[in-house]
Design a protein around this ligand. Structure first.
Ligand code: PEP
Ligand code: MN
Length: 262
């Protein structure tokens, strides 16, 4: 079902009227984790100021250590919805458990399936059964073929509103947090009919190369770029090393503005 051979025309994923895959370039920005209403509001204001419409933020956080901040859960989703509505933004947030999918529908505009859950087949089936766009992230050690099969699980249940997100894979290289597999973008564009996103934050883990990484993603054909932005990354409860602060986000957006649609 994901194959372009069977379905030659591009699938457009409609996020409240924003048509991902229509040839324009979309940006998703926001904090790694939802920490407070004030934090989300400050970030939403910046996003709006730059003319963007897609707000991300994690409420259910798949942390490596069980002792790290696990997210605010449903409370975090409520904050995202409330603030997004104030600014007319759409909400993208990760759901980790199949039993939370139904609950999330009233808060989110896009359900994110995180890298660590790319092969959580019950979750994939659950998001496949609802009428809500899904941002599916590539697993940390998943081949492109496995990534496509994960998307196939979602489509097999009737939901074709899927965006594929390259977010870096685990290699021996330690200069970046993960290795951004940039050529996955044109391969996924050729072999599937789904829109493709690149997460420049989790793939690189480096603020100093975010601009060239985003430019490369756009140049190679990505429909969407995702990056993390936080009012004060130094005190962030997750990913404090890699989130951009507002001045850095300004510089980032100035560099990308010529190609950004929304
Ligand atoms: C995220 O985007 O919040 C996240 C946890 O990313 P990933 O699943 O790609 O590690
Ligand atoms: Mn993060």
């Amino acid at each position: 079902l994901v194959s372009r051979k069977r379905h030659p025309q591009d699938t457009i994923v409609d996020i409240r009227g924003q048509k991902i895959g229509d040839g324009n370039k979309y940006f998703v920005a926001g904090p790694c984790s939802v920490e407070s209403e004030e934090q989300v509001r400050a970030t939403a204001r910046e996003i709006k100021r730059h003319g963007l419409t897609l707000l991300r933020g994690g409420a259910f956080k798949p942390r490596t250590s069980p002792y790290d901040f696990q997210g605010l859960g449903e409370e975090g989703l409520k904050i995202l919805r409330k603030v997004a509505d104030e600014f007319g933004l759409s909400v993208i947030s990760e759901i980790m458990a199949p039993e939370d999918v139904e609950m999330s529908l009233k808060y989110v505009d896009v359900i994110q399936v995180g890298a660590r859950n790319m092969q959580n087949f019950n979750l994939l089936k659950a998001v496949g059964r609802v009428k809500k766009p899904v941002l599916l992230k590539r697993g940390l050690a998943a081949t492109i073929e496995e990534f496509k099969y994960a998307a196939e699980y979602i489509l097999s249940q009737g939901n074709d509103q899927v965006i594929l997100c390259e977010r870096g894979i685990r290699t021996y290289e330690r200069a970046t947090r993960n290795t951004l597999d940039i050529t996955a973008v044109p391969i996924l564009k050729q072999e599937t009919h789904l829109p493709v996103a690149v997460d420049v934050t989790h793939s690189t883990g480096r603020r100093d190369i975010m601009i060239p990484a985003a430019k490369a993603a756009i140049a190679i054909g990505a429909d969407m770029v995702m990056a993390e932005v936080h009012p004060d990354p130094a005190v962030a409860l997750s990913d404090s090393q890699q989130q951009m602060d507002f001045p850095q986000f300004d510089t980032f957006m100035d560099a990308l503005k010529p190609v950004v649609f929304s």
